[in-house]
Design a protein around this ligand. Structure first.
Ligand SMILES: [Zn+2]
Length: 487
């Protein structure tokens, strides 16, 4: 029989008091501080940014809350794991399953709302973030920063206005495609499928989407796209791109991964490739085992059967969150690859593209298998430890953990400001436009309005003044022009 707990406590306390009493004050010494390994100090002082996690589906479809400490078999991210892993910021994926055809944007809105709901419920622990500076500020306040990226360009429903709306709602990157080719960009996921209508990369509208993303300050994400889409996006984009969750194809031969030539192209673009941790993307043996066509057929049949059995009464699709357990169970038959495989990918990209162009894009909560040792976000320190053991110094580890993507974000923001300023510049009135308006007897009142709103891009030389006077321009108009010159 166990003694009552209170008694045990009392006994413990009194023995502690006795022990303290026996130690003379002058001999009291602080317990020797446990030496913190160098890699741990590096990890704990870093601002860690992960660019891809599928947790919003759990928020929305499972009613999951970040305050719930869930088993790693259920989820990879919650506050406890975030704290243990020192994860500073996460780009939550707004992934719209193609099954939601007809209501892609509405589904995206629901997922976006689910992220905001988490931030609203936990203002002490987390905050929404929209810029590089927001992330840095949140880090200073010891708050977890939540950002959002759309996964799959089909979410904008071929409407550039919806793209702008998503930006206004806080979305800061968009993968041009998911595994499905959409109406304006080819995906690596179905590029071999002859039944799918492809575009040889991107259509003209697709290129306009990239240009508008540049202008808005939304990062162009080339994870998931076909090789042709990738190269075309890099030609069009004026800002750095990211691969939010892709690894090296040289090491693991999956079309979702990037060839060395692509890695070098991203380096020239000053972008960043964020390594995906999924076992089949970082380990060739695992990939070969898991992509066995017979085994995949068995998995797909199980999923299909589940979807039929659990069809929703309202006709809405059975979501990944509902059947993920089947895929996880299926994946258990393949042994998890060693952590070394994941580190090899970071190392390879750092060597081919440069250490400035590699980062972390876990794909937490979106994958069915992770390398050994990486069970959830709580295990992020193991990555720093392994990099340190490979000879990476503090500066380079911190670049990989978050510094690089922060730089890319700043670059994207600066490009957007420049493009927006150029657009304004193009809107300013030329002398010829103004002379035409004066000549057409536009009222003084209206002239003053447009001059104030748009500014002018010319100097009012004596010659021009004479010409406007000849057209009977009011002195007030001439005065306004003198003050409206834009730099
Ligand atoms: Zn993905």
């Amino acid at each position: 029989m166990k003694p009552p707990r209170s008694l045990v406590c009392l006994l413990l306390l009194s023995s502690l008091a006795l022990a303290q009493h026996k130690t003379p004050a002058h001999k009291k010494r602080a317990a020797p501080a446990k030496a913190v390994p160098a890699w741990e100090a590096i990890h704990q002082s870093a601002l860690i940014i992960d660019t891809h996690a599928d947790t919003p589906q759990r928020f929305l479809d499972e009613n999951f809350d970040l305050s719930q400490n869930t088993p790693v078999t259920d989820g990879h991210i919650d506050f406890d794991k975030i704290k243990k892993g020192n994860l500073g910021a996460e780009f939550f994926s707004i992934w719209v399953e193609p099954e939601f055809k007809g209501r892609y944007a509405a589904r995206a809105m629901d997922l976006i709302d689910s992220v905001y709901q988490q931030a609203a419920r936990h203002p002490e622990q987390m905050t929404m973030a929209f810029t590089a500076e927001d992330i840095v500020r949140a880090h200073g306040q010891h708050k977890f920063a939540a950002l959002m990226g759309i996964e799959g360009g089909h979410a904008i429903e071929n409407d550039i206005r919806l793209l702008r709306d998503f930006y206004r709602l806080g979305v800061r990157y968009m993968t041009l495609t998911w595994s499905n080719t959409n109406d304006w960009a080819d995906s690596s996921g179905d590029i071999q499928d002859p039944k799918v209508k492809h575009h040889n990369g991107m259509t003209d509208f697709g290129k306009d989407v990239v240009r508008e993303m540049n202008r808005l300050g939304m990062i162009v994400d080339i994870s998931h796209v076909s090789d042709a889409t990738f190269y075309q996006a890099l030609l069009v984009s004026q800002a750095p791109v990211i691969a939010s969750h892709s690894s090296s194809r040289d090491l693991t031969n999956h079309p979702r991964n990037m060839t060395d030539d692509m890695l070098r192209a991203v380096a020239r673009n000053n972008g960043v490739v964020m390594v995906n941790y999924y076992s089949a993307f970082v380990d060739e043996d695992y990939r070969k085992a898991a992509y066995d066509p017979e085994k995949m057929k068995q998995r797909d049949a199980q999923v299909e059967a589940f979807k039929k059995q659990h069809a929703h009464a309202d006709g809405s699709p059975v979501t990944y969150a509902e059947y993920a357990f089947i895929e996880k169970k299926w994946a258990e038959q393949f042994p998890r690859p060693p952590l070394k495989s994941l580190i090899d990918h970071i190392d390879h990209i750092a060597k081919v593209a440069g250490v400035e162009h590699v980062g972390l894009g876990s794909d937490f909560d979106g994958v069915t298998s992770l390398p050994q040792g990486i069970d959830s976000a709580a295990d992020l320190p193991k990555i720093s430890e392994a990099l340190y053991q490979r000879g990476y110094n503090a500066e380079n580890i911190q670049k990989i953990l978050g510094g690089n993507v922060l730089r890319a974000m700043r670059d994207v923001e600066a490009t957007a400001h420049r493009l927006q300023a150029e657009r304004k510049e193009a809107d300013t009135l030329s002398f010829e436009e103004l002379e035409l308006m004066v000549g057409n007897r536009v009222t003084t009142e209206h002239l003053l309005d447009v001059i104030r709103e748009h500014g002018v891009n010319f100097d009012l030389t004596p010659d021009r003044r004479t010409r406007l006077k000849a057209e009977k321009a009011d002195d007030m108009v001439l005065d306004a022009i003198g003050k409206a010159k834009k730099r």
